[in-house]
Design a protein around this ligand. Structure first.
Ligand code: ADE
Length: 233
């Protein structure tokens, strides 16, 4: 069983449309759809936005559905100037950027007894990369692919200074609001995971407008990758 989570309805609905033999149940206010995705058994859930919702959803899914591995997919804000809406980021690492114990001499993102940068499973990263190549090879207007760190926090980033700080402090490529919480939950449960995001905006002044304008295309791109990855994961 593969666990698949997205934060918003738009981020899970295309996958839901391909699921057969569906059964649904609701736990902690979150509906989980289990079924067969082109030959692979999956549990699919919409967590809701933010780190707390992502944590609750991930732990609930692990406890009740016993996935052997998990993928979080959806959209993110890019942090580098040459990125385009629709480009795909596969996380090599995730970091909870708004964990701040700097008053005790810790680095931003560092929690005692935990890794600051949590590594995604290299095998799942490789499978996601292969799925990207298969999905977009030779396609006109294909998105770019980047592998690197995704920084997660409970803020929709629409701020030039903050995006530069995230890039420089964490060497992050993109920011979103769930990946590190999901990743830490998987890590503490000893389960392999990966986070896959398509860019909806550039985390700068026009981020919320760009988000609205690009959400559909970004969700479509991450779906195209996930659609090929899930049967091989
Ligand atoms: N998800 C998509 N764009 C984002 C942004 N700019 N900040 C946080 N989460 C996002």
């Amino acid at each position: 069983m593969l666990g698949v989570i997205g934060a918003m309805n738009e981020e899970v609905q295309l996958l839901l449309g391909q699921l057969s033999d569906i059964s649904e149940s609701t736990h902690a206010g979150i509906t989980v759809s289990t079924g067969n995705y082109k030959g692979t058994d999956i549990a699919l859930a919409q967590s809701g936005i933010g780190k707390v919702n992502a944590t609750i959803c991930t732990q609930m899914m692990i406890d009740l559905f016993k996935p052997e591995k998990l993928v979080f997919s959806g959209v993110a804000g890019g942090l580098l100037p040459n990125m385009q809406a629709g480009d795909i980021i596969i996380a090599s690492h995730v970091v909870e950027y708004d964990m701040d114990l700097t008053a005790f001499g810790r680095r931003h993102g560092e929690t005692p007894g935990r890794e600051r940068l949590i590594e995604c499973d290299p095998d799942l990263v490789g499978k996601a990369t292969t799925a990207f190549d298969t999905a977009f090879e030779g396609v006109d207007g294909a998105p770019n692919l980047m592998l690197g760190t995704i920084a997660s926090g409970d803020t929709f980033v629409q701020d030039r200074d903050k995006l530069r700080w995230l890039q420089r402090e964490f060497a992050a490529l993109a920011t979103e609001m769930e990946g590190a919480a999901f990743g830490q939950t998987c890590r503490l449960n000893g389960l392999p995971f990966v986070v896959i995001r398509a860019l909806s905006d550039s985390s700068s002044d026009s981020a919320s407008e760009d988000f609205e304008a690009n959400l559909h295309r970004a969700c479509r791109n991450s779906f195209e990758l996930m659609d090929l990855m899930i049967p091989k994961a």
